[in-house]
Design a protein around this ligand. Structure first.
Ligand SMILES: NC(=O)c1ccc[n+]([C@@H]2O[C@H](COP(=O)([O-])OP(=O)(O)OC[C@H]3O[C@@H](n4cnc5c(N)ncnc54)[C@H](OP(=O)(O)O)[C@@H]3O)[C@@H](O)[C@H]2O)c1
Length: 284
């Protein structure tokens, strides 16, 4: 099961699935190996592979997928977990804004390149890790950000846009795969105490963080709590597809994602902006 962005919240999954084969897709091999050691200390039966993946580089995404396609015969679960929030404004080597490429365009290409392996499993699941922030962005803002990468509109808008894009992608990919064994869902983990806030001053500043600490202990989920909805979407016998999970239950996403036409047109727009890296031959 490839997981993009290794993260200790996922250990719970490994403990439950003794003997699972897991691929940790990490931009830092060192962190990946630390995670592997930790997993093996909890579960000697797991087979854990650490592979390099940098979502900010489409060539890295394709290389990672090529390796998996050579080394594995099927995938049960693909978890598009890696993401950045409040990342300093910047452009990737492929010319896209960092947050949009990391959180959406990279996972878009990666998922398509792994579809063959997913289809080869008897049952397969794609879980896209999104955020409630997707509700704060309009479709016009999302389209503008997708078309005009150079025009920075603020950290919250770019983060929300990347997550709205992933929610729309979830719906459209689920529709395209409806007659296959692959189900696709979005998961909002909720507000979780992780390293995601490393660039967000009110939380990355130790003094400001200390002032909020007691409130955060009460209202913010621990990583173990935060990964429960992700695990639920991976393990539930319910084979609903194209949906949105929050707090281990099906929930409503932004009404924008309920519009099939918007999901289809945004998927087409994504293909257009990615036309130099991704051809329609790779489409499902
Ligand atoms: N925490 C929350 O409150 C919250 C709320 C809603 C949604 N989410 C979503 O949950 C997911 C997991 O985030 P988290 O909270 O666990 O944050 P995190 O601790 O910062 O984990 C994010 C992971 O993504 C990896 N990553 C970032 N850029 C990458 C790239 N270019 N290529 C490959 N991997 C990359 C990071 O790698 P490194 O370890 O090398 O940095 C890290 O392992 C994200 O999609 C986030 O948007 C989180």
């Amino acid at each position: 099961m490839p997981i993009c962005g290794c993260h200790d919240t996922l250990f719970f999954w490994f403990q439950k699935t003794l003997g699972a084969t897991v691929v940790l897709a990490c931009r830092s091999i060192e962190k990946g190996l630390e995670t592997k050691t930790h997993i093996l200390s909890k579960n000697r039966k797991a087979k854990v592979f650490v592979k390099h993946l940098d979502l900010c580089s489409f060539s890295s995404v394709v290389k990672f997928c090529d390796t998996l396609n050579l080394e594995f015969s099927e995938i049960y679960g693909l978890v598009n977990n890696a993401g950045v929030f409040y990342h300093p404004h910047g452009t990737t080597e492929d010319g896209f804004e960092v947050t949009l490429q990391t959180n959406y365009l990279g996972p878009f290409i990666l998922t398509h390149h792994l579809l063959k392996l997913l289809k080869q499993s008897i049952h397969a699941r794609v879980v896209n890790v999104v955020s409630d922030e997707h509700r704060r962005v309009s479709i016009n803002q999302l389209i503008a950000i997708t078309k005009n990468q150079a025009d920075f509109k603020g950290h919250f808008v770019h983060y929300g846009a990347s997550k709205l894009a992933l929610v729309l992608f979830t719906r459209e990919l689920a529709r395209k795969l409806q007659n296959t064994n692959v189900i696709v869902n979005s998961v909002d983990p909720g507000n979780v105490e992780t390293a995601i806030y490393r660039n967000f001053f009110p939380l990355s500043n130790p003094l400001l963080y200390a002032l909020q600490w007691i409130i955060r202990v009460v209202v913010v989920k621990t990583p173990t709590e935060g990964c429960q909805t992700l695990l639920h979407a991976l393990l539930t016998p319910n084979r609903t597809t194209g949906q949105y999970y929050s707090d281990c239950k099906l929930a409503l996403s932004s009404p924008i994602a309920a519009d099939e036409r918007i999901c289809r047109e945004y998927y087409q727009l994504t293909l257009e902006v990615l036309s130099n890296w991704f051809t329609t031959e790779s489409e499902c």
